[in-house]
Design a protein around this ligand. Structure first.
Ligand SMILES: [Zn+2]
Ligand SMILES: [Zn+2]
Length: 314
């Protein structure tokens, strides 16, 4: 098969678009897609200070690399979530940290590292046993990204969410008719009092495209899946999406693009209903005098004081 744009042999076939491409034209298309997304949704400009959330996985590593390559003012933030830390250097979070540290060194890039286990006494997914591991971990990550961005004066937080993540979340939100999530799901969330601006520049690229970009550009990444993700609803929804895409190529992309149009037409992004400030971190709260994260942390503290220890369940 030949590349659609030149005489070279195609090195990747994007089935969703019936598009065979050589390495160079694939990279060109990838970069153009990200640039278009950044400008269409007014995500940031050259003068903005960007904090990019990196996990060590292919998506965030691709984003970090590309923003550096395009000359943006980028600092990466890696949160060591404490997953598998009892296994030492070969544990999930420590392995990811190593990939991120080495890449920062190679690129001469700025990097901030936060450690959840050291700071809060439990791995992020186990901070709240009443929540699913992914939910507790998500709360911790969002809180830490936001607080670092606010404290250190970053203009915007960028994450590596891809099209597969978005359509999976969207399908889940529709299955539950979760109005508040449907209203807030968007490529850019503007800054509000106490909340940093958040953007997802890779939102129109699939996992496969991010993987190919990393391979072609020689970007290192941590290959393992988080051990807590096994059995999570999202994995099932991703499998269902793979089947839909297999029968009807291009559906993922159209589904998300049309959702955004629908949203722009029928409902505007709502401002968060801020109730007050958290007495620990001063971030806005949606209820009471503690933010969601510190309500969770209070519970952890109580457990530690009463001597109830965390059992690692993986
Ligand atoms: Zn080509
Ligand atoms: Zn707080």
């Amino acid at each position: 098969m030949r590349c659609r744009n030149c005489e070279s042999k195609a090195q990747i076939y994007l089935r969703s678009f019936n598009l065979p491409l050589c390495k160079n034209h694939f990279i060109q298309r990838y970069i153009d897609t990200v640039k278009k997304t950044i400008s269409k949704f007014k995500m940031f400009s050259e003068n903005d200070k960007i904090l990019v959330a990196v996990s060590g996985g292919k998506d965030s590593m691709a984003l970090w690399y590309l923003l550096l390559k395009l000359g943006y003012k980028v600092t990466a933030l890696y949160i060591n979530l404490g997953i598998g830390n009892e296994k030492g250097e070969s544990g999930y979070s420590n392995m990811s940290e190593k990939v991120v540290r080495e890449f920062a060194k190679r690129m001469g890039a700025d990097l901030i590292i936060e450690n959840v286990l050291e700071k809060y006494g439990a791995p992020a997914p186990l901070l709240d046993r009443k929540r699913t591991p992914c939910s507790a971990c998500g709360i911790a990550k969002r809180h830490i990204f936001n607080s670092i961005a606010m404290q250190r004066g970053y203009d915007v937080v960028a994450t590596g969410h891809n099209l597969d993540d978005e359509v999976t979340a969207l399908l889940g939100n529709i299955l539950r008719w979760d109005e508040s999530y449907l209203k807030s799901q968007y490529p850019v969330l503007h800054a509000e009092d106490g909340f940093a601006k958040k953007v997802k520049p890779l939102i129109f690229l699939t996992e496969k495209e991010n993987l190919a970009f990393c391979m072609f550009e020689g970007i290192p990444f941590h290959h393992d899946e988080c051990p807590f993700a096994q059995g999570a609803t999202n994995i099932t929804l991703k499998r269902i999406w793979a089947q839909i895409e297999d029968f009807m190529p291009g559906t993922k992309y159209r589904f998300f693009r049309e959702f955004l149009k629908f949203k722009e037409k029928y409902f505007k992004l709502e401002e968060k209903k801020i109730q007050g400030k958290c007495k620990v971190c001063n971030q806005p709260t949606l209820a009471g005098d503690l933010c969601t994260f510190h309500r969770m942390i209070e519970k952890v503290k109580n457990k530690i004081i009463t001597g109830e220890h965390f059992q690692q369940s993986y």
